[in-house]
Structure formats: structure tokens, C-alpha cells
Design a protein around this ligand. Structure first.
Ligand code: 5RP
Length: 231
């Protein structure tokens, strides 16, 4: 395991200690969240955690959770999640986030909005003074008509690229939609205004700005773990 992977695992292991028996857990997507998934499975198999059910944020995580033997549920059975553990692509000092690097942002946001506690696990490379500094902003758009709204998207100060798979075909989300990745010429001064515009565009199903959603951010660095909580 390289240094970054070790840090990701440290953040994940710390966060999984926040889970208690009898909880419904949101299971996040990505190379950091997978460490949490594995640790949750370990704690279930040693009976440290009992009566735990997970709701995965993607089909990929669902498959991984099944392989690891984590019992799963759904929103019909359990509309409220006690705690979600997920990664992020960028974290600002207000604990606002950019997510969607893995293309799972729509389900991630549904799960986050259904969660009493949202614990974000990152290594220190994800920290940024201002969202849009170190990562592009992913948005999920329906395949029909997104070109017609490119002018408005570009007026936000970003250039947008359709996310492609290795074979050159468009990347498809679990919902069969496309992802556009927006690179800002300079970090937006008002991410709430950007979110507002994006929410009003009909082709945009969801955007990767996760504002006021993280309750906790666990940051692993060479000097140890820092646990920040929204006041
Ligand atoms: C997926 C996400 C991930 O949480 C985010 O991309 C972070 O991934 P990683 O831990 O691999 O850096 O939002 O849509």
C-alpha cells in the first residue's frame, strides 16, 4: 500500500469506529470509501457490529458490499440513514465538498440528504481553500438536449467536457445519464449561486456541489487524524 492509500485507510478506519450496532449505514463510493466498506465488513464478521444494514450509493458498491457479506437494505424499508461514510474530491474550510469523481454523485447526494450524519473521509490532498481550485465540477445531465444548455453552463466561468470511457464512448451513470466535468478558469466566489443556476437547468439532473451536507470530515495526514465537525 502506498502512502496515500495508507492515509485513506486510516481515515476510513477512524470513521468506521463511529458506527454502532443497530444502525442503517450509507455506503460510499470510491477508493477511500472502499476501505470503510472493508472495515465495516470486518466489524460485522467479528460480531462487534450487529443488526447493521447498508444502503450503497452505486451499483458497484452494492456488488462489493455483497461480496464482503454486508447485509443490505433499501429506502423503502429504511428511509432514514443513521450514518453515511463517503469520500470527496475536494473539501473547503466550511466543510463544503465537490463529489462525483467516480460518477456516482446523484445517488451519493440522495443518500447524503437521507442521512442524519454524513462523515466524509479524505487524505489531506483533498483539502482546498476554495472549491474548484484542485478539482473539476462534475454534473450529471440527461443525454437529451444538454448541448442546448452549454452556453449557460459556460457563462458560469467553466469549460465543460463530456466524460468518456476508455473506448471513447460517453461514460454512463447508474441512471444511464452522462457526466459533464466543468473546469473553472478561477475558483467561483459564490458556490451557492453556481448550485442555484445548475439546479434550474432542465438537463442537469444533479451537480457535484455538496453544500452544508457533511456533518463530519475526517482528514488523514502524515501528522495524524483530524476530525472536523460542523457546528
Ligand atoms: C464518487 C465520489 C468519490 O467519493 C470521490 O470521487 C472520491 O473518490 P476517491 O476516494 O477515490 O478519491 O464522489 O462519485
Amino acid at each position: 500500500m502506498n502512502k496515500t492509500e495508507q492515509l485513506k485507510k486510516q481515515a476510513a478506519d477512524y470513521a468506521v469506529e463511529l458506527i454502532e450496532s443497530n444502525m442503517i449505514i450509507g455506503l460510499g463510493h470510491g477508493s477511500t470509501a472502499i476501505f470503510a466498506l472493508r472495515r465495516i465488513a470486518e466489524r460485522i464478521h467479528t460480531h462487534e457490529l450487529q443488526n447493521i444494514y447498508g444502503i450503497p450509493v452505486s451499483q458497484h458498491v452494492e456488488q462489493e458490499a455483497k461480496k464482503l457479506g454486508i447485509p443490505l437494505t433499501n429506502f423503502e424499508q429504511h428511509p432514514i440513514i443513521d450514518i453515511t461514510i463517503d469520500g470527496a474530491d475536494e473539501v473547503d474550510p466550511n466543510l463544503n465538498l465537490i463529489k462525483g469523481g467516480g460518477g456516482a454523485l446523484l445517488r451519493e447526494k440522495i443518500v447524503a440528504q437521507a442521512s442524519k450524519r454524513n462523515v466524509i473521509i479524505v487524505d489531506e490532498s483533498k483539502l482546498s481553500p476554495s472549491l474548484g481550485t484542485r478539482f473539476f465540477l462534475p454534473i450529471e445531465v440527461i443525454p437529451f438536449g444538454w448541448h442546448s444548455q452549454l452556453r449557460t453552463l459556460t457563462s458560469l466561468g467553466a469549460t465543460w467536457e463530456l466524460r468518456l470511457q476508455k473506448d471513447g464512448r460517453p461514460f454512463l451513470t447508474d441512471q444511464g445519464n452522462y457526466i459533464l466535468d466543468g473546469t473553472f478558469a478561477s475558483p467561483p466566489s459564490d458556490v451557492y449561486a453556481i448550485a442555484h443556476v445548475l439546479q434550474n437547468l432542465a438537463t442537469v439532473v444533479q451537480h457535484g456541489l455538496f453544500l452544508d451536507l457533511a456533518t463530519d470530515v475526517v482528514i488523514a495526514s502524515e501528522s495524524g487524524i483530524q476530525h472536523k465537525q460542523r457546528s
